[in-house]
Design a protein around this ligand. Structure first.
Ligand SMILES: *Cc1c(COP(=O)(O)O)cnc(C)c1O
Length: 479
């Protein structure tokens, strides 16, 4: 189309001032490779969930439309990461893919000794073994993730959680509800510091709703433990999300870049553990990064029995290559803007539909307060279970109950059920996988479901295993 010279003189692109900032947050990527997702009918999903004994862990993944079971290992890798898969070097020892991985982790953390592991929990296992923990020892955390707790307890030691007080109020808008309780930490050490062998701060704090930890909290925790000579480790599964929350919420960080903020946080610790299935966009992988060369050497010599040689640690060279690239990509602030905003947008949509969620919305997931949403279902009829079955049957969403099924227990003597502190349903968001229209669709459908919550019924166990019962349990709906 021909344009008059008048148009150019009035709308010269070179002199155009900026348009207003868009309210819509876009996915800062385009799609090169796609996977179909299936939209089953409600009747089909009803059949699937019945066959699964009303346990979402037992569904076939292909019968799920939106799989929000976990953000772990479910990321979409980038074209660059897939290219890395092809150039990965599979040498048994001293692979250049390890060298690239090591250099990236050293650059990011400033920690000299980098040890790859097949996932986060094996980094935890190796650390607890290498520290030689015994049943007299205590490991303190802001809130230990469940595998971390399991590995501490497996070593014989006690895992002690000291979450900050604000984390107990699910509706408070405190900006750093992932923090460790500094007074309780100081108090515990004053009483008996000899028992305490290690402090682990998990960023973001997964177990209290993906809530961030402030730089000041880590700095002050370090100042408290340092005089006792107790090492401070960080569990950095979601270090980039945490660093971006610091940039957005903590005074003095708005103009710093995320790499720089992450680097500062790493400079405060003696070591880090990471599940690279989270903030490294990996489908598998993890690492330990340790300042103390002697401790690192103990890990390296012990890991050969289970993980393999210290330059591959249970991974293929191609995995190390993809993780090295992912650890750089995760620091992209356009990505992090989209990541945190889209999670928040999802949470706000659910809340606007009248369903209460943990506030503020965390980094990787939205947590619905099912106990409050379904007040007519008592805890021992599992409101979280009821809501997660309805989210699947009605919409095709797979979520996970974090309430009295997962965290409660049956008394072995009386057979009575014991409750969890809260009845939650978690909707975890895989990285770079679902789009804005997927989120809009889910919010719209959750809005329809919100009008029908009163119709939902409770559940009862028909089978439960003695440990980790949520994975294999079967249920029946109550009348
Ligand atoms: C996932 C996770 C782990 C365990 O990592 P895996 O890779 O699943 O073994 C440890 N800590 C936190 C905070 C996690 O989110």
């Amino acid at each position: 189309m021909a344009l008059s010279s008048g148009f150019y003189s009035r709308y010269n692109a070179n002199t155009m001032t900026e348009l207003p900032r868009a309210k819509t947050i876009i996915e800062p990527f385009r799609i090169k490779s796609v996977e179909p997702i299936r939209l089953l009918s409600t009747a089909e999903r009803q059949r699937c969930i019945e066959e699964a004994g009303y346990n979402l862990f037992k569904l076939r993944a292909q019968d799920v439309t939106f799989d929000l079971l976990t953000d772990s290992g479910t990321s979409a890798m980038s074209a660059r990461q897939w290219a890395g898969i092809m150039v990965g070097d599979e040498s048994y020892a001293g692979s250049p893919s390890f060298q690239r991985f090591e250099a990236v982790v050293q650059g990011l953390t400033g920690l000299a000794n980098v040890i790859p592991t097949h996932q986060g929990r094996s980094a935890e296992f190796l650390l607890m073994q290498a520290m030689g923990l015994t049943k007299r020892d205590v490991v303190i955390g802001n809130t230990h993730f469940d595998t971390t707790r399991a590995n501490i307890e497996h070593s014989g030691a006690q895992a002690l959680d000291l979450p900050c007080k604000e984390s107990a109020d699910t509706q408070s808008e405190a900006p750093f509800k992932g923090n460790i309780d500094l007074d309780a930490l100081a108090e515990t050490l004053k009483k008996d510091s000899r028992k305490v062998r290690l402090v682990i701060i998990t960023v973001t704090n997964n177990s209290v709703g993906g809530q961030p930890v402030s730089m000041e909290n880590v700095r002050r925790a370090r100042a408290i433990v340092k005089p006792y000579g107790i090492p401070l480790f960080l569990d950095v599964a979601r270090f980039a999300e945490n660093a971006f929350f610091i940039k957005k919420r903590e005074p003095g960080f708005a103009d710093r870049n995320v790499r720089d903020i992450a680097h500062e946080m790493f400079s405060l610790c003696d070591g880090a553990l990471m599940s690279a299935k989270k903030d490294a966009f990996g489908n598998i992988g993890g690492f330990l990064a340790i300042a103390d060369p002697a401790l690192a050497e103990t890990v390296r010599s012990q890991m050969v029995i289970t993980e393999g040689f210290p330059t591959y640690g249970g991974l293929a060279g191609r995995d190390l290559e993809a993780l090295a690239i992912g650890l750089e990509e995760i620091l992209d602030e356009d990505y992090l803007t989209y990541r945190l905003r889209s999670t928040e947008y999802f949470g706000e949509g659910i809340r606007a539909a009248g369903i209460p969620v943990i506030r503020p919305i965390g980094g990787h997931a939205v947590y619905i307060d099912a106990g409050a949403a379904l007040p007519h279902i008592p805890w021992n009829q599992f409101p979280g279970q009821s809501l997660s079955v309805a989210l699947y049957t009605g919409i095709g969403i797979r979520s996970v109950e974090i309430g009295s099924i997962m965290l409660g227990a049956r008394d072995p003597v009386t057979g009575d059920e014991r409750p969890a502190p809260q009845e939650l349903v978690r909707l975890a968001i895989p990285r770079r996988v679902y789009t804005q229209s997927h989120v809009d669709y889910m919010v719209e459908m959750i809005g329809h479901l919100a009008g029908r919550l009163r119709e939902l019924k409770g559940y009862a166990f028909t089978y439960q295993a003695p440990v980790l019962r949520h994975f294999t349990a079967r249920f029946r709906p109550l009348e």
